[in-house]
Design a protein around this ligand. Structure first.
Ligand code: DGL
Length: 288
């Protein structure tokens, strides 16, 4: 069934309110949007995947910052007052600069939020051994964002990180449920557990990884909790909107969705349903 809520927002939004912008380098953010739509169905959302320049996970700090900033400005051009970076890599490498250096000049009244902070606020509560594993892109791991943020909320929790550079390519190329994926799942899990046998909680700290969750779970010893971010981010956003009525009132609420990609719209539509759970219609944008 085609998602019939996909409408053009131009006619639907007024100068006072606009959809919430959801950004990812590609398809991963759709796993977050799926949960937002479930938990906060009244809001309008506009999704942008920068597929033409994905993956971000292996790119430099400067490049991820520049690409993310360009995308955030595109959302602002669409009228959005609130943008969620539904991408750990962009949250790790671009969010702080955008919030501290760019927003005060380009749009002081608008807000850009990420996924690392809300996840870090609750992750420690899942672990009985006070030992959590973070599986993420190389960019997120190298930024040390998770150890830094988790230390603020759970100072006694030990954090072990493992970069999983093959997982996004496996997912984006449709290999996530094939036997070939097993090798790299096992390899990265072994590398994580070689750092500590006490890990009892693993965070899939890349919004692409929920597609691998079933396979990953099948390789885990019993007693390990596998955490994905959709539910956490949705709950955190609900709380944020409740605590910030001045932002909430700028978010339009017609229950509508729109999808954009910087690459080919037809290819995006084909892949996107795997991540979003239903068919969607997408449009191309060159961010101009
Ligand atoms: N989905 C992105 C994340 O959460 C990573 C994908 C990429 O490498 O572009 O980190």
């Amino acid at each position: 069934m085609l998602c019939n809520e996909v409408l053009s927002f131009t006619a639907e939004t007024n100068s006072m309110s606009a959809p919430i912008g959801i950004f990812d380098s590609g398809y991963g953010g759709l796993t977050i949007l799926k949960e937002l739509k479930k938990q906060l169905p009244d809001y309008d959302y506009i999704y942008l995947g920068d597929n033409a320049r994905a993956p971000y996970g292996t790119r430099s700090f400067e490049t991820v910052y520049q690409y993310t900033l360009e995308s955030v400005k595109w959302f602002f051009d669409q009228g959005c007052s609130l943008v969620i970076l539904a991408c750990n890599t962009a949250s790790a490498k671009a969010l702080r600069n955008i919030q501290q250096l760019d927003l005060p000049h380009i749009a002081p009244e608008k807000r850009v939020l990420g996924v690392i902070r809300p996840t870090s606020e609750v992750l420690g509560t899942y672990s009985k051994t006070h030992s959590v594993g973070i599986m993420a892109t190389m960019g997120t791991v190298v930024s040390d964002s998770y150890p830094i943020e988790l230390a603020k909320f759970f100072p006694t929790t030990n954090v072990y990180q493992q970069a999983c550079p093959m997982w996004v390519p496996l997912i984006e190329n449709g290999e996530y449920d094939k036997p070939g994926a097993d090798y790299f799942i096992k390899e990265y899990l072994d590398a994580l557990f070689s750092q500590s046998k006490d890990i009892d909680t693993i965070l899939l700290a890349c919004t692409h990884y929920p597609l691998l969750a079933a396979k990953i779970a099948s390789f885990l010893p019993t007693g390990i909790t596998l955490v994905t971010q959709g539910d956490i981010v949705a709950k955190s956003l609900a709380e944020y909107l409740q605590n910030h009525p001045e932002i909430d009132q700028k978010c339009s609420k017609n229950g509508q969705l729109a999808f954009y990609t910087t690459d080919n719209a037809q290819s995006f539509e084909k892949q996107a349903s795997l991540f979003f759970g239903q068919k969607i219609e997408a449009k191309h944008t060159d961010l101009a």
